[in-house]
Ligand binder design. Structure first.
Ligand code: COA
Length: 333
């Protein structure tokens, strides 16, 4: 797919108020702030409150994105929630968010694990190019799915949501995209039980089989290789060089993964945005959260060219280029 004349006209994010630091985790797990920071770059992450589910986080981010765009909920034609941690196995989370916004419009989820936002952006941009106003939200409550006694997993994840509003705009560009998957490697990063293949059974699954499981080293290698190759594919498709990119916003899984990708792509110093230190891995929420953070820090200027790149369970991966035409602090919009 070539670039579409679609722009992000609103951006919003929501992080639950409870912050869990590495020292907090080290009080009940055999780990340390030093180990977590050195291996992952993570210092702290946010945990959803007991009464908050994915749709609540999504709704808060969505309202902020709509305000940012200067739109009312009734202007929205399509709601897409990118999530791998829905409120319920059935139904999808997007209709719940739409209903909370007072909408009865097209609403569906995209589940591509940590690549979900980039997948959702391709689907949402195509719909926006056809004339729809699209609300795309990446929202996750992964801390509900991790085994909090497993130090190799529990330290990595956090909760949060980020949302964008997409609309056709002759001056804006989203794309090209490069998306891919390899379902033969599902057990590298998965939750084995709890759905159709192996429905949850309180006796059989008293162990951690209905919790996130991961082969960390394999995930690391695949993430670096896939995000690099996919980024190169979109640059090549666009006839662009990495020097033409003003800011790389990668899926925030791990600082070392992002640094390795940046080094292989030859990203100039200071042009990769990092939030993993403060957010941990928030899966499909990490890229829109990082976009909102970058804008808050004055790192998004009108006309900037961005490279988004992600990798996640599935396996899935995806990258795209986009030109930032959304509101920036101090602009009239
Ligand atoms: N604190 C202290 N020690 C820990 C630990 C923790 N939180 N987690 C694991 N360890 C231990 C392991 O038990 C192991 O101990 P052992 O040697 O006695 O068996 C040791 O640290 C090394 O484990 P290993 O898994 O080889 O570490 P690593 O250097 O590969 O780092 C990850 C582990 C998870 C940080 C790393 O593999 C990684 O970042 N992978 C990608 C994860 C990811 O981003 N997933 C989501 C992608 S969307």
């Amino acid at each position: 797919m070539t670039a579409l004349a679609v722009g992000i006209i609103g951006l919003g994010s929501y992080l639950p108020s409870r912050i869990v630091t590495n020292d907090d985790l080290a009080q009940r797990l055999d780990t340390s702030d030093e180990w977590i920071r050195t291996r992952t770059g993570i210092r702290e992450r946010h945990y959803a409150a007991p009464e908050e589910a994915t749709s609540d986080l999504a709704l808060a981010a969505a309202r902020r994105a709509l305000d940012d765009a200067g739109l009312a909920a009734t202007d929205v034609d399509v709601v897409i929630v990118a999530t791998t941690t829905p409120d319920h196995p059935v139904p999808a989370t997007a209709p719940l968010v739409a209903a909370a916004l007072g909408l009865r419009c097209t609403a569906f989820d995209v589940n591509a694990a940590c690549s979900g936002f980039v997948y959702g952006l391709q689907v949402g941009s195509a719909l926006a190019a056809g004339g729809a106003t699209v609300l795309l939200i990446g929202a996750e409550t992964l801390t509900r799915y991790v085994d909090h006694d497993d130090r190799a997993i529990a330290v990595l994840f956090g909760d949060g949501a980020g949302a964008v509003v997409l609309r056709a705009d002759a001056d804006a560009r989203i794309g090209p995209f490069d998306l891919g998957s390899d379902g033969s490697e599902l057990e590298i990063l998965w939750m084995r039980a709890g759905a159709a293949r192996e429905p949850f059974d309180p006796v059989r699954h008293a162990d951690a089989s209905s919790r996130m499981a991961m082969r960390g080293g394999d995930v690391y290698r695949h993430a670096v290789a896939r995000m690099t190759a996919s980024s190169q594919a979109v640059l090549e498709a666009a006839g662009a060089r990495i020097e033409d990119v003003d800011l790389v916003v990668g899926h925030q899984a791990n600082r070392r993964i992002l640094e390795a990708v940046a080094q292989r792509l030859g990203v100039p110093d200071g042009r990769s945005h990092l939030t993993v230190d403060r957010h941990g891995n928030t899966s499909a929420a990490s890229i829109p959260l990082a976009l909102a953070d970058a804008r808050e820090q004055g790192r998004l200027r009108s006309g900037d060219r961005l490279l988004l790149t992600a990798f996640g369970g599935g396996l899935t991966w995806g990258s795209c280029l986009l030109t930032w035409t959304g509101p920036v602090p101090g602009s009239d919009g």
